[in-house]
Design a protein around this ligand. Sequence first.
Ligand SMILES: C[S@@+](CC[C@H](N)C(=O)[O-])C[C@H]1O[C@@H](n2cnc3c(N)ncnc32)[C@H](O)[C@@H]1O
Length: 183
Amino acid sequence: MQRRQFLAGVGALGLSGLLGAQDKGAELRGPDVIFVPTPSDIVDTMLKMAGVTQKDTVYDLGCGDGRIVITAAQRYRARGVGIDIDPERVAEATENVKKAGVADRVKIIRGDLFEADISAATVVTLYLLTDLNLKLRPKLLRDLKPGTRVVSHAFSMGDWKPERTAEISGTTVYLWRIPPRQG
Ligand SMILES: C[S@@+](CC[C@H](N)C(=O)[O-])C[C@H]1O[C@@H](n2cnc3c(N)ncnc32)[C@H](O)[C@@H]1O
């Protein structure tokens, strides 16, 4: 009996060891906000407000089904990077990128938007929540190049005043620009 208990303990330890050795991606926590897609008219407004062109690299932080980066690539020939923590969304967005024929310009990455390297972005799109925008704000100001445009569907950045807002379909779209570095 004692031996059986010992073996059971070793088995459990072995399993947790194996789980610990899994791919980093599998250890990511759950989403901070659920997937709700941005309607296409609001996607258009966000990309127009940011003035996206083929010179841009658009990062959608929490990309859902990939619609914002796919539209940026299809309509403006921009490059796109979509980041999502939910493996189902990543699979769906990756499939949508292939179907849309923009796989040469758009990459979908599984990751936590608070940890991701976003330094290559020239435009960042967000549809999160105000408290998540506020949590993200120091990273945006630290990691993005001055002049990078940030657009948010529906949610503000507290006392960081937007350069522009637009009202569309009963919601507000916000635009900010990363300011020059101080000093
Ligand atoms: C409201 S949806 C917006 C989807 C897409 N950006 C759009 O506007 O259609 C928010 C997305 O953020 C993802 N998400 C939530 N927390 C995240 C995190 N910490 N890192 C990366 N993605 C996250 C969710 O899985 C979801 O797909």
